[in-house]
Design a protein around this ligand. Structure first.
Ligand SMILES: Nc1ncnc2c1ncn2[C@@H]1O[C@H](COP(=O)(O)OP(=O)(O)O)[C@@H](O)[C@H]1O
Ligand SMILES: CC(=O)N[C@@H](CCC(=O)OP(=O)(O)O)C(=O)O
Length: 259
């Protein structure tokens, strides 16, 4: 098996918190070896859309993306958020390169088929160009992915950032020993959503089902955990959810997922 690869996905709340983002990028830039950062920005988009007269619409944690919404998320995710993070990593001495799925045709996707719900220009991912990304990593570059993909016919697609992170991790797990980290504003998956210290240390497939049935896990955490288990089932070595504790060596500060 090849070198280690650390993939970190950062969520909207961290992106919005200047101090936390600064700390996170500092810790990320100090990680040894190959690394990839994936960012969302859903919160920023949801704040900006109404200011432009567009109503944000989410169903099951996924954004309904009409053409006006697509224009805004392209500007926010691919422009403002991505370029800010790349510039900050450059300032920390990391040779970061901003990416969407369209850049270098890195992620292959198609428009989500219309079933009961028409999600509009939302992308479902098929896979990645692992060889090209290995080459980028071996050049010493740090790819920074936003939540946009394309259909290879010229259409950009809004794509959940958690899914992009899992897809990259799966696609690169035969070339690298891949760790996937979901970094958000809490220290992990909580047993009691009102008690920030109630972090569940380990979740396996059967305790996951139980936690969902008990209603402990809800909202954005549902698709996140689904992506975690998909990654573990498909060759990713380690999957963890937490906050800045993910960068510490202690095992107490985050949730580890096991099959
Ligand atoms: N048991 C739980 N533990 C922690 N967070 C939970 C739990 N159940 C639901 N959540 C919600 O999931 C959210 C994280 O999902 P999401 O907003 O999609 O993350 P991200 O910011 O990474 O995109 C948390 O802000 C929290 O409100
Ligand atoms: C299709 C879809 O839902 N796309 C997401 C992409 C951004 C994202 O995933 O942002 P967070 O990780 O910060 O939530 C959205 O527009 O909200």
């Amino acid at each position: 098996m090849g070198d280690k690869l650390n993939i970190f996905k950062i969520g909207g709340n961290i992106i919005e918190n200047e101090e936390e983002l600064k700390q996170l990028l500092y810790l990320f830039s100090n990680l040894e070896g190959h690394k990839i950062l994936v960012h969302g920005g859903g919160k920023k988009a949801s704040e900006l859309l109404p200011k432009l007269g567009i109503k944000p619409r989410m169903v099951n944690g996924r954004r309904i993306t009409d053409s006006a919404t697509l224009e805004v998320v392209t500007m926010v995710y691919g422009g403002l958020v991505n370029k800010n993070i790349v510039a900050k990593l450059q300032a920390l001495g990391n040779n970061a390169i901003g990416m969407s799925g369209a850049d270098a045709n890195s992620i292959h996707a198609h428009k989500r088929p219309i079933t009961k719900i028409d999600y509009g220009f939302a992308g479902d991912v098929e896979g990645i160009d692992a060889k090209m990304l290995c080459n980028l990593l071996n050049l010493g570059l740090t790819p920074v992915f936003c939540a946009l993909t394309h259909d290879q016919k010229g259409q950009l697609l809004n794509t959940n950032a958690d899914t992009i992170a899992a897809t990259l991790a799966i696609g690169l797990s035969s070339s690298f020993q891949t760790n996937l980290n979901y970094c958000f504003e809490l220290n992990g998956v909580l047993k009691d959503i009102n008690d920030k210290s109630s972090v569940i240390k380990n979740i396996d497939s059967s305790s996951y089902t139980k936690l969902v049935d008990e209603g402990v896990i809800s909202a954005g955490m549902l698709p996140k955990l689904h992506n975690c288990f998909e990654a573990l089932k498909n060759g990713v070595r380690e999957v963890r959810i937490g906050n800045l504790g993910l960068f510490e060596n202690s095992t107490t500060n985050y949730t580890s997922l096991v099959l």
